[in-house]
Design a binder for this molecule. Structure first.
Ligand SMILES: [Ca+2]
Length: 490
């Protein structure tokens, strides 16, 4: 006990030493004015996954309404085409390649020996390092309560949300997907020889028999909103929907099956289970919004809606999931990285605003920093890649100082071989490392990236390629290497 007291005293004194007393009290008195931030993330939802973004099967009235009340971005990107790197980029404002976190947690580390691939990926980090400065750590300095609810996927148990500035963690683990969306949200995973579970959602009242994971995560989010409505809070609400396994509520699956058979044959979304999962996500976000209204904090709560990568394009989901974009999750074609993104900032964003300027998940941290008016005494923001998009939120026709966006994925995935990409204005260049060939697309006239213009515009290729190489060097990007065990297919 005495030892604990001494340790606690030391921490308190240490905190005061870091912050002059006047600054500390000022922070406390300003606390009530700081806006709440709810960052809602869908998993694996492609650019056209919402009805408001073009799906003619999915129904998302709540999220569509959010885009009408706030600002809808049409050229928003995830910093990676897969889960873990994008999530790391959001929390740190850094490109995944700078973090050396370019693949998902379970796939990171040294490369797996194989004979199938021409290249071997570099060794990458499976965990977000503890000394990385996150949004949660940033807003905690201003007295925010910080809650992580849902998918984490940023490291093992030594790197869970509690180690990155979150006061509480419900449902976050090292895994990228639940074994099942149905209670008790756990089960044996044969392919990995392990039991997977989603912690923090048990209760003892016996009403859990038919509980759906998404509903239970929302229950917890509402508990946070009700408990902290008089404080400033940051709620990182990362739903598992609509990542596989495709498990929708039966009544919703029935509804979308009927919709598909009732004559809606021309849809590019054709999976009723997937549609049901998106419908459940939408309904649950509606419950969150109702809780905010009920708590009387709607006008002082900023809402973000994002997806961590494009939609899956495998047989379990849909082959044209991201139409009209090319490819999907894992790929650096637009289908893998262009995602829905909506921001509602009461009093700042104007209802119905649409912004076409390219933005990225690396921009979230500096944006929240500016929104909350936090100072950057320790110069954390000087070491990041993102920029604040507040100028766009104030005026969607304005621009940012940043002209280029970059991606680097030195790994394999069913949709791609190792690749880098750069977007500058309407142009996009990709370099594929197996043979170092370059592809150039004009996104303004060819959104589907069907016409490689590399041979037609050598000057543009040279300019973009120069930028891409300089960027990779500046962040010490890791490259794939020749695989000595590779056996070419006959
Ligand atoms: Ca994902």
């Amino acid at each position: 006990m005495i030892k604990d007291f001494l340790v606690n005293s030391f921490i308190i004194i240490g905190s005061l030493a870091t912050y002059p007393f006047s600054a500390y009290t000022q922070t406390k008195s300003e606390e009530v004015k700081k806006p709440n931030i709810i960052f809602i993330m869908a998993d694996d939802m492609g650019w056209t996954g919402l009805s408001g973004y073009g799906s003619n099967l999915h129904e998302t009235p709540v999220i569509d309404q959010l885009s009408k009340e706030g600002m809808k971005f049409t050229n928003a990107y995830s910093a990676a085409a897969i889960c873990t790197p994008t999530r790391a980029s959001i929390l740190t404002g850094k490109c995944p390649a700078r973090l050396n976190m370019t693949t998902w947690h379970e796939n990171a580390g040294p490369p797996t020996p194989n004979t199938e691939n021409k290249l071997l990926p570099p060794t990458t980090l499976p965990n977000l390092l503890l000394d990385e400065f996150t949004i949660a750590e940033m807003v905690k300095k201003a007295g925010y309560f910080t809650a992580h609810i849902g998918k984490w996927h940023l490291g093992d148990a030594n790197h869970y949300p509690e180690t990155q500035g979150f006061d509480i963690n419900i449902g976050g683990t090292m895994w990228g997907m639940p074994q099942t969306y149905w209670y008790p949200f756990r089960g044996w995973r044969e392919s990995d020889q392990e039991i997977r579970y989603v912690p923090g959602l048990d209760n003892i009242d016996g009403n859990n028999a038919n509980a759906y994971l998404t509903d239970r995560l929302t229950d917890k989010a509402i508990e946070v909103i009700e408990a902290k409505k008089n404080d400033s809070f940051f709620l990182n609400l990362s739903y598992y929907n609509c990542h596989v396994p495709i498990e929708g509520k039966p009544e919703l699956v029935d509804y979308f099956e009927h919709k598909l058979t009732a004559g809606n044959k021309n849809t590019y979304h054709t999976n009723p289970g997937y549609a049901a999962m998106i419908a459940s996500l939408d309904k649950n976000i509606g419950r969150v919004f109702n809780a905010i209204k009920k708590a009387g904090i709607e006008e002082n709560t900023i809402i973000f809606f994002y997806s961590d990568n494009g939609g899956q394009v495998n047989a379990r989901v849909n082959l044209k999931n991201n139409y009209p974009l090319r490819s999907g999750k894992g790929s650096l074609y637009e289908g893998g990285i262009r995602v829905p993104f909506i921001v509602k900032w009461p009093g700042i964003t104007k209802p119905g605003d649409v912004c076409d300027y390219p933005v990225s998940s690396i921009d979230i941290l500096p944006t929240i920093q500016e929104m909350t008016g936090l100072t950057d005494k320790e110069n954390h923001l000087k070491k990041i890649d993102g920029v604040s998009i507040v100028p766009l939120l104030r005026d969607p026709s304005s621009t940012l100082a940043r002209e280029t966006l970059y991606w680097h994925f030195p790994h394999y995935y069913p949709t791609t071989t190792p690749v880098s990409a750069i977007r500058k204005g309407k142009w996009k260049l990709l370099e594929f490392f197996e043979d170092n060939h370059l592809e150039l697309y004009n996104l303004k006239s060819d959104l589907g990236e069907n016409h490689n213009l590399a041979e037609k515009h050598p000057d543009i290729v040279a300019d973009l390629y120069h930028n891409l190489k300089a960027w990779r060097k500046s962040i010490d990007a890791k490259y794939p290497s020749t695989n000595p065990q590779y056996i070419p297919a006959p």
